[in-house]
Every structure is written in structure tokens, then in C-alpha cells.
Design a protein around this ligand. Structure first.
Ligand code: ADP
Ligand code: MG
Ligand code: MG
Length: 319
């Protein structure tokens, strides 16, 4: 029996992404329970369908505060706090810009500069008024839109991990389209998470990240983008300019305990770039990062919670 023979893989397409669940026991009913749980979370947090708690808030922008459930309020409170950090490249009120660009969806186009200026005025996180006692969320200006796309998958990955733990599962992996969360060590002493080669097909890897009970989140410019006149417009927008963030990075991977941190920090470090990130990371020891740059480097910040095995000689590895 090879180690992988002991692993049962279940898959589904949810939240517009392929979802993979790996268990060490054949348990169809647990797998469907987990997929139902993810679906429920999706219904709560998405902006890609007409009805969700988030859409209710967006529809009432400039008009009414909307009372939401405690978990939704908590996630929004967290998203606002990160968005309001000085120089933060994470902005959960980026919705109007995301909707205008439609990057990764049909109908994408480059907005006129003056359109971007007008939309930027609708993306101030301080204009989201939270009332703790009423548990309500109010977008002060008509046209404002919350988008939790940069944090929700991480949050949901942690919800799944907690549900698996509660079901006494000790060894499992959930992959929510790029957000991986694990319990235990897999079949070979650590779960091996592939680091994709930018712009290659999904199975081409440039390295493998080994983790035990940790989260691995990658955000790459090659995940959703469109090309026009030789320029690549990808889906992580710069809240200052309204254009896709432009620097030396092709992807940022975060290894952390909680996947929500991985999701948040991929966006924050993407905005900081390699040099600033490497200077900043020692202050947050629970967050570790792997950067892949346009000029073919893989830069590993530290390796306390994971191992990294390079698979592609054409990349220069810096540790
Ligand atoms: P993915 O997991 O799809 O790579 P990320 O976690 O990097 O995504 O989040 C990207 C998504 O977050 C975008 O598709 C958009 O919905 C939203 N978004 C884009 N730019 C920002 C930003 N600067 N801050 C917060 N959310 C953003
Ligand atoms: Mg993210
Ligand atoms: Mg993400």
C-alpha cells in the first residue's frame, strides 16, 4: 500500500473554484456535510449572486444600516480594521472597482482614468459604519460595495478545519481553490502543497511546501487576468490607483496557522513588494512567506513552520 492509497479525495465546484477535500477514511457523509457547510458560507459571503448577507449590505448603501449575523459582523469588523491600516493595500470596499474592471469575467475592459477617479471616491473603508450593539453595517455613500473576495476563502477554510476537528478528524486537507488548510501530517510525514509555476498549466510545479496542521495560501497574478496590448491586467487592485498592483511579484504564498491570516497577508505583502515585506516579516513570526518574482526568483522568508523543496532548476532560490 503506497501512502496515497490511504487518502480519500472528494471534490466539488463551489465559490467558482474547484474544491478538494482529502480524508484518511472513506466517509462520504462527512464529505457531503463539509461541502454543504462551504455552500452555506458561500451564500453568506459572496457578491457573485443576487442574494447574500453582503449583497443586502451593498444594496442598502447610502440608505440603511443592515443587521447581520455575528460571524458576518466579525469578519467585516476584521476586514475594516485591516483596510484602515496606514498604507494598506488590502481594501474590502474595493467592490465598485472590481465590478468595473470585471477581471476574470466576461465583459472586462480598461476603465477610463476619470471613471477610476470617481470609483475611488467610493472605496474609503472609513465610510463603512459599524454599530456593535445593533450588529449593523452601513455603507455611507450610495454606490459603495463591500467585496470580501480577498479574505472569505481563508475564513471559510478555517471554518472547515474547525468542523473537521469537531468531527474528531485528525488528518485532513481542504483546498478552496488556492487556500489550503490542513490537519495533521498527511500520509508522508507532512502534507505536500504544490507551488504552481506562474502562467503554466495547473499541474506544473516549481516547488512543494511541506506542512503539518498549517495553512498555505497563494495569491498569484496568473490566477485571474486578461491581456491587452501585451499588458497583463490581474485581479489584485491597488486601492490607491485603482489599477492592478504593479511590482516585481508574480505570486505571494503565506504559511500560517489560520488561513484567514494567509488570505489577508498575501494581499498586504503583495502590495508591499519583496524588500519591504522581508524587512517587516520578522515582526510577525506567525506569518511566513514565499515570493515568486517576474525575474525567476523564489524567495523564502524563513522556514519555521514548513519545508520547501524546489522542483525547477530555472528558478533561483533565496532562503
Ligand atoms: P484569489 O484567492 O482569488 O487569488 P485574493 O485572496 O488575492 O484572491 O483576493 C482577490 C480578490 O479580492 C479579487 O478577486 C477581488 O474580489 C478582491 N480584491 C481585489 N483587490 C483587492 C484589494 N486590494 N483588497 C481587497 N480585496 C481585493
Ligand atoms: Mg487574499
Ligand atoms: Mg484568496
Amino acid at each position: 500500500m503506497t501512502p496515497d492509497d490511504r487518502i480519500y479525495a472528494y471534490s466539488a465546484v463551489l465559490m467558482g473554484s474547484p474544491i478538494l477535500l482529502k480524508l484518511f477514511e472513506h466517509d462520504e457523509s462527512l464529505a457531503s456535510r463539509i461541502f454543504r457547510l462551504i455552500k452555506l458560507q458561500e451564500i453568506t459571503f459572496t457578491v457573485n449572486r443576487p442574494h447574500s448577507d453582503i449583497m443586502a449590505i451593498n444594496h442598502a448603501a447610502g440608505r440603511d444600516p443592515v443587521t447581520v449575523s455575528a460571524p458576518v459582523f466579525e469578519l467585516i469588523r476584521r476586514a475594516k480594521a485591516i483596510s484602515c491600516l496606514p498604507d494598506s493595500s488590502f481594501n474590502f470596499t474595493i467592490g465598485p472597482l472590481v465590478k468595473r474592471w470585471k477581471i476574470g469575467f466576461s465583459g472586462h475592459s480598461i476603465p477610463a482614468a476619470e471613471d477610476l477617479q470617481a470609483l475611488l471616491a467610493l472605496t474609503h473603508p472609513q465610510d463603512v459604519i459599524l454599530d456593535e450593539s445593533a450588529r449593523s453595517v452601513f455603507l455611507q455613500k450610495a454606490g459603495m460595495e463591500i467585496d470580501l473576495g480577498a479574505i472569505a476563502k481563508g475564513y471559510i477554510a478555517d471554518v472547515v478545519r474547525d468542523a473537521l476537528r469537531e468531527a474528531q478528524v485528525e488528518n485532513a486537507l481542504i483546498n478552496l481553490g488556492g487556500n489550503v488548510q490542513t490537519l495533521g501530517a498527511g500520509a508522508e510525514g507532512a502534507w505536500g502543497i504544490g507551488l504552481k509555476k506562474p502562467f503554466a498549466d495547473a499541474d506544473t510545479l516549481i516547488g512543494v511546501i511541506g506542512v503539518t496542521g498549517k495553512s498555505v495560501v497563494t495569491s498569484g497574478v496568473y490566477e485571474r487576468y486578461f491581456e491587452l496590448d501585451g499588458h497583463c491586467y490581474h485581479h489584485i487592485l491597488d486601492p490607491k490607483t485603482g489599477y492592478p498592483l504593479d511590482n516585481e511579484l508574480l505570486s505571494v504564498t503565506i504559511i500560517s496557522q489560520d488561513s484567514i491570516d494567509g488570505d489577508i497577508w498575501t494581499t498586504l505583502l503583495y502590495g508591499m513588494g519583496v524588500e519591504k515585506s522581508l524587512a517587516y516579516l520578522p515582526q510577525i513570526p506567525h506569518i511566513e512567506a514565499i515570493f515568486v518574482t517576474r525575474d525567476g526568483q523564489i524567495i523564502v522568508s524563513s522556514q519555521r513552520q514548513f519545508t520547501f523543496t524546489p522542483l525547477d532548476d530555472s528558478y533561483q532560490i533565496t532562503t
